[in-house]
Structures are given as C-alpha cells and as structure tokens.
Ligand binder design. Structure first.
Ligand code: PLP
Length: 418
C-alpha cells in the first residue's frame, strides 16, 4: 500500500535548486478540486458555507485560494482574526470560535463583524460588558459523556473543555435574546479526525434535534448550525478516505428527517473544516543527510519536529515516500529522525522503506494541515519556507524561511540589558 506524492523526483530536484529543503509545498489544484467537491456535497443547502479553520494552515496564499472557492475563515485568536481581515474576508465570512477568550478579542471580532461563537454561558456577560451583544451570535454545545457512532466510541466530549451543557445553552439563548440578539447559531465539535462517513450525519442528528427542542422550549428558530471540524483524512495508506458526497447526503437525510418537520427547513449549514480541506494537499519535503547504524538503523533528515510536530506530539503516522524509489522493495527498517535533542524527534519509527542513501529526497505526506502551523523554535530551529505548486506547474514561495535574525528579532535592544 502506498501514497502517490503530487510532485515527482525531477520536479523536486528543480524546486530544490531555488528553494533548499526542508520546505512545505501545497498543491493548488488538489485544494481547489476538494473545496469544489465539498460545496457540491452541500449544494442542497442554500446557505451552506465552509469557514476554513485558519489554525490548520495560517498562510495568506492558502486563505486567498479558499476565499476564491467561496470559503470564509474560522478563527480562534487575535492573529487569526487580523490575518482574515488582511486577506479580505468580510462579515459574514469570518467565524470566531474561540475558547477562554481574552475580552479584547471579542471586541476586535465584533468590530470586524465576525460571527462570535460563545464557548461558555459566562461569556455572555463578558461580551456585553466589553462591546455589547451583537445581532448575530452562536453558542457552542457540549453534550458530555462519550460520542459514539453505532457501538464505536469516537471521542469523549465529557472530558473536553469546550462548550455549554444542555441546560446552559437553553438559558444562554434566552438571555441573548433578552439582551437584543436577533439571529442565532448552534455549534459543536465532538470528535476529531474521523475517518467515517457517519460522523457529520450523526453529529447533525444530535444538533438538529437540539435545534427542534430549542424552538419548542424557547420559541427561538436558529438561523444556522455549524458542524465545525473533525472530518478527517486517512494518514495511513490502507484506510479508505471519507466520501464527502456520502457525508453531504447523510446530513441532508437528517435535515429532512428532523429540521424540515420542525419548521426549521431554512437553517443554513456551516462547516469549519481544517484537516479535510488541506492535509492531503501538503507535503513536507526533506533531504536525507545522515545514516547511522547503532542499535537500530537511523536516517537523519534536514527537517525536524519543528517543521512537523504531529509524530512527536501524538505519535501520529505520516506516510513517507522516497522520491525515485517508489517501486523499490521496502526491505529496510528505519527510524527517520530530525536533529532536535529530544528522542521523540522521529518522523517514523521502525518504518519499512526502500534503502535510503544520503541525498535522497523524502516526501512526508499529509502535512497540509496542522503541519507548518504547529511549528515552534525549540533548539533555536527555524521555520521552513512554504511553497505553492500552482495549477500550471509553476512553484511560488508563499512564505519565506525564517532567518536567524527573525529568531533574534524579539531580542533587538536587549543584548546588553544586563
Ligand atoms: C481545530 C478546529 C477546527 C478544525 O478542525 P479539523 O480537525 O482541522 O477539521 C474547527 N473548529 C474549531 C473550533 C477548532 O478548534
């Protein structure tokens, strides 16, 4: 089982002449086609909008591509709000789904017309005192317990810090209405990286029934329901990817079953996908610079966990292709390591791969979301460049690599303070 990179060895060698490894590269064609398919899957809902989760890939060129495809942004911090604004997103194209929110971020979000999604009932008060209650407002729901699809436990909302309980959310809508809000939304994120066509339909069923109960108990008819993120991608090559058409149809089935009979057939469906929109359309490209034979076989590459944290942080699997050796037998077992002074800085452990020689170019797959974005500067390591493979085959730099001077920028004026 394998995954096919969207660049060939020859392309990679050309790119590297201008942009040395390591770098992240994104596939514009893949991003656009996937976004169009999402919109097609939800075309039955006339208010549908995808609010791309900026935290997954906070890069203006990517946001602009998604904007052209009709997406808005989902933000949860000041920088993400400012980036959305600077990329040209305007009300109602910005969602602010934050938690533990600093009051000044509520103020800025309201100023730019972002739809504020309240994570907690106590935030109503903070919002009112900070900047007043906006006309449109959303509430985040947490049903507690475990979240299951048939008999499989998918995640554990009861342990999650997000959202309001059912009694709280009922109370919240009434309070918000009494304080002048006019349009209401409902949001929940109950399971992460689901590779199952039933996640969204199951979640939709829960939220649609709650919407019907909200109408019964408070008289409020919601305007939109935000299914948030959580539709995942298969990181391992043996897994079947989600079928977004089946997912869209499953949500429609629930919509017809619950919302239409409740007189709520005008509700707009929103999504806040990150991973699903971008992960498969990004590669981390890195060069093998060392091989080491001790108690195990190691290949040292020029990227490290600073460029992609998921393996170190979650033990996450990312498939690796050795360019030019796609058809060679995987008859070697390697740990693929970065250079951090942390033994978890490994992109792969005991991975079956073809024989790797120094100078080989490795593609680490599915790094387009939560990849570059999670970068940090441990060991004084610098963040890489980001490149975009355009639809015409050309490559443009969309973020330059960090320099040592960038790393030192916050020390300007402090070298001799003591
Ligand atoms: C992280 C996040 C998302 C996106 O999640 P994915 O798993 O990337 O789809 C969407 N909404 C909120 C509020 C989030 O925190």
């Amino acid at each position: 089982m394998s995954k096919t990179p969207f660049i060939s060895k020859e392309q990679a060698e050309e790119i590297i002449k201008k942009f040395p490894t390591p770098f992240h590269i994104y596939d514009e064609k893949g991003i656009r086609e996937n976004a169009r398919k999402l919109y097609e899957a939800f075309a039955w809902n006339k208010g549908f909008r995808e609010y791309f989760a900026v935290k997954a890939t906070p890069t203006p060129a990517i946001l602009r591509i998604l904007k052209e495809e009709g997406c808005g942004t989902d933000c949860s911090s000041m920088s993400e709000l400012v980036m959305s604004e600077r990329c040209g997103f305007r009300s109602p194209e910005i969602m602010f789904s934050s938690n533990d929110t600093p009051p000044e971020e509520f103020r800025y979000a309201k100023e730019i017309g972002a739809i504020i999604n309240l994570d907690d009932i106590t935030h109503i008060d903070v919002l009112e005192k900070t900047c007043g209650i906006p006309e449109t407002v959303c509430c985040r729901y947490n049903p507690g317990g475990t979240f299951s699809i048939s008999t499989t436990i998918m995640d554990n909302p009861g342990d999650a810090k997000y959202g309001m309980t059912r009694p709280q959310i009922m109370e919240a809508y009434k309070t918000l209405r009494d304080k002048g809000a006019k349009k209401f939304g409902l949001h929940a994120f109950l399971a992460s990286n689901t590779v199952s066509n039933e996640y969204y339909p199951t979640l939709a069923g829960i939220l649609f029934e709650l919407a019907a109960d909200i109408k019964k108990e408070t008289g409020i008819s919601l305007s939109f329901i935000n299914l948030s993120g959580g539709v995942g991608v298969p990181y391992t090559p043996d897994k079947e990817p989600n079928d977004i058409m089946v997912i869209g149809e499953g949500v429609r089935r629930e919509f017809e079953r619950v919302l239409v009979p409740a007189g709520l057939g005008d509700i707009a469906i929103f999504t806040e996908l990150g991973r699903y929109m971008l992960a498969p359309y990004g590669h981390l490209v890195t060069t093998a610079i060392h091989e080491k034979h001790i108690h195990k076989e190691y290949i040292g590459v020029d990227a490290c966990a600073v460029n992609l944290m998921r393996p170190a942080m979650y033990g996450a699997y990312h498939h690796i292709t050795v360019l030019g050796k796609e058809n060679a037998p995987c008859d070697h077992t390697y740990d693929i390591t970065g250079s951090l002074c942390e033994n978890n800085d490994k992109f792969a452990i005991d991975r079956k791969l073809p024989k790797i020689d120094r100078g080989d170019i490795l593609v680490i797959h599915d790094t387009g979301a939560h990849g570059f974005a999670m970068g940090y500067n441990y060991n004084g390591k610098l963040k890489s460049a980001e490149l975009l493979l355009r639809e015409d085959g050309s490559v443009v730099e969309i973020r330059r690599a960090e320099t040592i001077e960038d790393y030192f920028a916050t020390l300007d004026g402090y070298w001799d303070v003591i």
